[in-house]
Structure formats: structure tokens, C-alpha cells
Design a protein around this ligand. Structure first.
Ligand SMILES: [Zn+2]
Length: 368
């Protein structure tokens, strides 16, 4: 099956959409640490504050948070089907209308894990955040590394990549003042390739230098978190600041318990894929594992999301077929409409749901 991500990679964009000028509103800087600067002259928010695309925000204001989604590639879809929306302004309007529905469903914050190599448009992300009222956290990092893809990397050394990630966290992304609030790194298979290991070590060093957390794309079905943890710990990383995403692709409680007992968090963000006949584990197994982890006392190590490509939900009906191969038909409302009600029926309490969807993001995304 061609995944959306593969589709994106196989398709050459005709050009970068001209970025509409927009003002990025900044939260008041007083008392946020923005003005104080670090001894190296750069800027970082203090502990407990999260960097959103509109400025620093106290993490207690994040509210219900989806910690692994994709919105910033939205403009890619405008580029691919330019006539469908009539132009960027109409595309943005449609995106904002849809995001307002998501906000009305109680979702307060979306963490966008789209780094530079997979069509991130940081201006689009800022604009739709401002117009929809949803807090957005942008990421730095890298999803695919050569030889898996042939993107012109900013550097191929640990120190060079560390410097690039820190720049996007402290100074801004793509010539804007919008800063990253999380680092995402993609490890495609069971063990990191040579360049993926370089990327992973750079991710740790940038996280330790800035206090922002790490989310790792993992091949959970092959227990990838275990080999990744060895490298993270070799770099002296605190597991409490790391989430292994797509973990529910495993379905193996032994794998899960081994990682949470070491202090790592698990992103359960592919649960909808359990409905697809050819994809294991089943929806029921994925849900059961979440319940078993909660019962074992690890609600504070779980995240719920749906790894959705928001831009894909806006595309024309005649391209619907491939869109539906990966994303749930509920889009970014799958967690609230399907997953949480199912967990509730299994006996998960409202307090436990609140721990997972509000308290965990507050603790995780606030700077350490
Ligand atoms: Zn993703």
C-alpha cells in the first residue's frame, strides 16, 4: 500500500506556494525569558512554558492536546490541486473552517510533527492557528534521512544537525520568528541507519541544550524503541522527555511495559489503522493494550492522537480514494469520537482520560 507519506515523496511539487504575508502575534515577552537570553546570546522560554507558533504559552493553558498530527503540509495540497480552492486565501478559509469544528469538539492544541523535509509550510501553520484559535506547536527535526530520501540536509554531522535544530528552536524557522517547540526524528526500521543515528544523537543534544522534548517515529512492530533507547541513553537522555510514537503498531504488552518502566512515553496514534483488514494489530487489540497499560498504572505514559494529514482532509472528492487509505474518516476527530468513547466503555475513567489528554501534554511539552 502506498502511504500518504510515500505519496508525498513520490510527487514533485511544482513549486513552493508563495507565502502570504502574515503577522505572527507574539505573546507578551515580559517574564517569559525571551528577553533575558542565554549566555550564548540565543533565546529560550523558561521551564513550564511551551513555544507555540504564536509565541510562548504557559503549558497549563494547552488543554486537550493532540500530540502527533500534520497540519503544516496543508499548503502542499493547494499546490497539487491549485484550481480546487480558487487560491491560497480560499484554501486557508476552508482549513480554518474545518479547524474551528475541531476546536468546537474540545481540542485546544495540535502538535504538528512535520519537519522541513516533508513539506512544512510554517507560515501556513501560523496563519491557520491565528485564525482558528487552536494552539499549534511546530517541530524541528527530520522525518526521512538519506539514503531513504535524498533531501539536501542542512548538515550530515551530529554537531551540524544539532546546530540546525537549535536554530529552529531558538531563532525561528524558514526566515520567520516562529520557533519550534518539539523535536521530531524519524527512525524508519528496527535499527537506525548510520545517518538516522547521527540525527538521533543530534536530537538529544538539541533537546538537552534547549529543554524541548523529543518525539520519535518508530517501527513499533519490530520493537524499534528498544534499540533507539540504547542510543538515547548513551547520550544521557532523560526518558521522561521522549515519546515513542506509533507504538500501538506493536500490540505487544511486554514491549510496552519494558519501555514505560524505563520512563518512556508511548504515542498511541495509529489506532484507526486497526480497522484496515491488512494491518495488524486490530483496533480491538490496540484499544485493549491502552486499557492494560492504564490498569498497570501507566496512564501518565500514554498519548492519544491519530497521525492525521489535515491537508488531505481538504482535497477534492475525486482524490478521496488514496486519502482514505491511511486517515480515519473522522480525521482529527477520531480520538474524541471513536477512541475515547471505546476506552470509556471499557471502564477507563474521565480522570484517566484527562491525565492522558491534558495533564501528560502539559508536563511533556512544557520546557524542562
Ligand atoms: Zn506523523
Amino acid at each position: 500500500m502506498t502511504t500518504r507519506r510515500e505519496f508525498l515523496l513520490q510527487t514533485t511539487a511544482a513549486g513552493v506556494v508563495a507565502a502570504a504575508s502574515l503577522r505572527i502575534a507574539h505573546a507578551a515577552r515580559a517574564g517569559t525569558g525571551e528577553d533575558s537570553g542565554n549566555k550564548d546570546g540565543s533565546q529560550a522560554a523558561p521551564a513550564g512554558v511551551v513555544q507555540t507558533v504564536l509565541g510562548p504559552l504557559d503549558a497549563s493553558k494547552l488543554g486537550f492536546t493532540l500530540p502527533h498530527e500534520h497540519v503544516a503540509e496543508g499548503a502542499y495540497y493547494l499546490n497539487k490541486w491549485p484550481k480546487t480552492w480558487g487560491g491560497r486565501a480560499e484554501f486557508v478559509a476552508k482549513a480554518v473552517a474545518k479547524l474551528k469544528v475541531i476546536k468546537a469538539a474540545g481540542i485546544s492544541t495540535i502538535v504538528d510533527l512535520t519537519p522541513y523535509d516533508v513539506w512544512r509550510d510554517i507560515r501556513f501553520l501560523g496563519e491557520v492557528s491565528r485564525k482558528s484559535g487552536i494552539h499549534m506547536i511546530a517541530c524541528t527535526g527530520q522525518r526521512f534521512l538519506p539514503p531513504i530520501t535524498h533531501v539536501p540536509m542542512p548538515a550530515r554531522t551530529i554537531s551540524g544537525l544539532t546546530e540546525f535544530f537549535i536554530k529552529e528552536i531558538r531563532q525561528g524557522i524558514d526566515g520567520t520568528s516562529v520557533k519550534a517547540g518539539v523535536i521530531k526524528i524519524g527512525i524508519v526500521a528496527k535499527k537506525p541507519t548510520r545517518l538516522e543515528e547521527i540525527g538521533l544523537r543530534a536530537t538529544v543534544r538539541a533537546s538537552k541544550a534547549t529543554g524541548v522534548p523529543i518525539r520519535v517515529h518508530t517501527d513499533a512492530a519490530n520493537r524499534a524503541g528498544e534499540s533507539i533507547a540504547v542510543i538515547l541513553e548513551n547520550e544521557g537522555m532523560n526518558p521522561a522527555r521522549v515519546s515513542f510514537d506509533h507504538s500501538d503498531d506493536s500490540g505487544d504488552m511486554d514491549y510496552f511495559l519494558g519501555l514505560v518502566r524505563r520512563g518512556y512515553s508511548l504515542g498511541m496514534d495509529h489506532v484507526h489503522r486497526g480497522f484496515m483488514p491488512k494491518l495488524n494489530p486490530s483496533f480491538e487489540r490496540r484499544v485493549k493494550c491502552i486499557k492494560l497499560l492504564i490498569d498497570a498504572g501507566f496512564a501518565d505514559k500514554i498519548f492519544l492522537s491519530q497521525d492525521s494529514e489535515f491537508g488531505g482532509s481538504l482535497i477534492p472528492e475525486n482524490a478521496k480514494e488514496w486519502r482514505d487509505t491511511i486517515d480515519p474518516s473522522e480525521g482529527m476527530l477520531f480520538v474524541t469520537r471513536k477512541l475515547i468513547p471505546r476506552l470509556t466503555r471499557l471502564g477507563v475513567t474521565d480522570q484517566q482520560i484527562r491525565t492522558i489528554t491534558v495533564a501528560n501534554p502539559k508536563r511533556f511539552f512544557g520546557r524542562s
